[in-house]
Design a protein around this ligand. Structure first.
Ligand code: ADP
Length: 647
């Protein structure tokens, strides 16, 4: 909690003096950027403040389900905007949930939201776009783009005390008890913006009307503009309602245009790209509910944030319940939007949602629907699907080990980079259709990057023969691929594990390049290497998967994939028993041929021993690993080089 000190200032009531608080460091930094704003889209401040007001109304309506008294004598939730061009102020009022003193302090200054740092980075980067502020949960602070002083009067529903939060955005804010006449009528919040000299345009009603139409028409509570004019009879004019104020998803599809969907998506998803898919339908079967969902085209900043669940908003009969329930499986967490149930009990607590059978049934049906829409998109608009895949593929792949029921369906959506396709959009269906004669498995190689996978020595033979290999480089790949059974009856097989069995597969280079070492000589060499390396390897054998490289490491068919083993060892070094690898040697490689000659004529001498260890070290290096004993490696290398130079 920030340290406080007593200071004098506005908003003081008799008997209550304001307390001053420091903004949290990141918030302070953000505010500096807002105060000295150079952004052209300052008008988004209004969208953000209206959005907060609407959330506050949603929260009140939810709490009032179990405590109707919270409504008091003011049950019509609404948002009011008033402008005073002479005074240069705008006032935004809501009769929603309001904030207690502690909430004002925490929410508006002392506790950094998880998105603050991420937003600062975005803003300072070359693609800095202030539009995105809402996505990062710091929208309130955009008020300081247009105001040099902001006052928030608030009273939490059900509490008596009202409070006034004040700041000029420079380092600190103050909180004081509010005077009764400054309170919002009853409960909720009133935000007064004292506009900067270059932002007074916002104090004009016509400007406010336009902004609300552009950004906030979808808000399901009435947004009223208090008029400063008078009627012919000299009475104050009644406020005019600026928005349609009916929940967008409840309207018939044909009455909603593209722009309205987009605006709603901006609001509900906090995203400002074009949605790749918009899904709007009403389910009427065992359960009745309305779905309005969007699949974005761009990644939200917190896609891989472990605590961040989906951002789907769950409503029951138009009452907002939560955006924290896992209505969709985790691998669809990028989907944004609203699901509104007709038959869930209104007083369902957020905790009860987890085991609710209606939620389970909605999850099942909506997940199926989204997957079939994605399949449809892949069929009909391949380009669009590929874009989407690039953004969300690694997330969708999580479903391959989390959702066994839909694994086949998900496998048909997955796109790969392969040895035959560099653009990363090859499907398994295409792979299987193009399999070589006598090829019985779908081959893959895993590595940290697709480039590393592509340069793996273990797949040289596959590439030379034109046998396609999937290049897997997302961390999740290591997990699903080892448990997936296969696709269309073809099992997945690691190209770095077990025998390659390339001989049987028909391919372009049936004749291998270069002559092989004599079979007996190579057997002698292999025996010598095996004897030298002892337990550092589980076997040494002749390779049919190498072409250019002299050696490579593979895992036994029954052992764990070496890349997965590596990944697990990184996380739990002591918890995993690493298996000694198999060293494969390339009988067509010149060096191996010379070594075989040497083994035949001279037995195991020091040079051969050095060579055996250097071959093993080389194979580890090719796999992106470090040599286990760098000093011994350096000594051997020097010895071998010296002997070579002397000869
Ligand atoms: P976000 O709304 O995305 O959470 P903001 O920076 O806009 O981020 O607001 C911070 C928090 O302050 C909100 O989450 C909410 O708890 C509180 N808040 C802001 N405006 C209001 C309001 N009008 N009524 C009640 N609470 C509010």
């Amino acid at each position: 909690m920030a340290k406080s000190e007593k200071t004098e200032g506005p908003g003081t009531t008799e008997g209550g003096s304001p307390e001053s608080f420091e903004f949290q460091a990141e918030v302070s930094k953000l505010l500096r950027l807002m105060v000295h704003s150079v952004y052209s889209e300052t008008e988004v401040f209004l969208r953000e403040l209206i959005s907060n007001a609407a959330d506050a109304c949603d929260k009140l309506r939810y709490e009032a389900i179990t405590n109707a008294d919270l409504f008091g004598d003011d049950p019509e939730l609404k948002i009011t905007i008033a402008a005073d061009s002479a005074a240069g102020t705008i006032v935004i009022t809501d009769n929603g949930i309001g904030m207690s003193r502690e909430e004002l302090i925490e929410n508006l200054g002392t506790i950094a939201r998880s998105g603050t740092e991420a937003f600062l980075q975005r803003l300072e980067g070359k693609d800095g776009d202030v539009q995105l502020i809402g996505q990062f949960g710091v929208g309130f602070y955009s008020a300081f783009m247009v105001a040099d002083k902001v006052e928030v009067f608030s009273r939490r529903a059900g509490e008596d005390a009202a409070w006034c939060w004040t700041s000029d955005g420079s380092g600190s804010f103050s909180v004081a008890p509010a005077e009764p006449e400054q309170n919002p009528p009853g409960r909720g919040s009133t935000i007064i913006l004292h506009l900067k000299d270059d932002a007074t345009e916002y104090a004009h009603e016509s400007r406010l009307r336009d902004i609300v139409k552009t950004y906030s028409d979808h808000v399901s509570f009435p947004i009223e503009l208090a008029s400063s004019g008078t009627t012919e009879e000299g009475e104050a004019q009644a406020p005019s309602q600026l928005n349609t104020a009916s929940a967008l998803w409840t309207r018939p599809k044909q009455d909603i245009d593209e722009a309205q969907y987009k605006e709603f998506y901006n609001h509900v998803g906090g995203m400002f790209d074009e949605p790749a898919l918009t899904l709007h339908y009403r389910a009427e079967g065992r359960h009745e509910y309305t779905v309005l969902l969007f699949v974005p085209t761009q990644r939200p900043f917190d896609l891989f944030d472990a605590d961040r669940r989906g951002r789907l908003k769950l409503y029951v009969k138009r009452v907002f319940i939560t955006d924290d329930a896992e209505v969709l499986p985790g691998y669809l967490r990028f989907v944004r939007g609203v699901i509104d149930s007709e038959d869930m009990p209104l007083n369902i607590s957020r905790e009860m949602l987890q085991n609710n059978p209606i939620v389970a049934s909605i999850r099942k049906a909506v997940t199926n629907r989204i997957l079939s829409e994605l399949e449809g998109l892949a069929d009909k608009e391949a380009d669009k699907f590929e874009e989407l895949w690039k953004a969300f593929g690694p997330v969708i792949k999580e479903g391959l080990y989390e959702d066994f029921e839909r694994r086949d369906q998900l496998l048909s959506l997955v796109r790969f980079r392969t040895t035959n396709s560099a653009d990363g959009i090859r499907s398994l269906k295409e792979y299987v259709a193009d399999m070589k004669e006598n090829q019985t498995a779908i081959f893959y190689v895993t590595a940290e990057t697709a480039e590393k996978a592509l340069s793996s020595p273990q797949i040289e033979g596959f590439r030379a023969k034109g046998v396609e290999v999937l290049l897997l480089n997302d961390p999740v790949d290591n997990f699903w691929i080892t448990s997936a059974l296969g696709f269309e009856g073809k099992p997945f097989k690691s190209a770095t594990q077990g025998a390659a069995d390339l001989e049987n597969i028909a391919g372009e280079d049936v004749e291998k390049t270069g002559d092989e070492a004599d079979a007996v000589d190579i057997a002698t060499l292999i025996a010598a290497i095996k004897q030298t390396l002892g337990e550092a390897v589980s076997d040494v054998r002749k390779s049919d998967r190498l072409r250019e490289s002299a050696v490579c490491l593979v895992a036994d068919a029954a052992a764990m994939d070496r890349n997965l083993e590596k990944l697990l060892a990184q996380h739990r070094p002591e918890g995993i028993d690493r298996q000694a690898p198999i060293l494969e040697v390339n009988p067509s490689h010149d060096m191996i041929k010379s070594l075989a000659q040497r083994a035949k004529s001279g037995g195991v001498d020091e040079t051969l021993e050095d060579a055996a260890w250097l071959l093993l070290d080389q194979a580890h290096i090719l796999d992106g690993e470090v040599v286990s004993d760098p000093a011994a490696f350096a000594n051997r290398l020097s010895r071998v080089l010296s002997r070579g130079l002397e000869a």
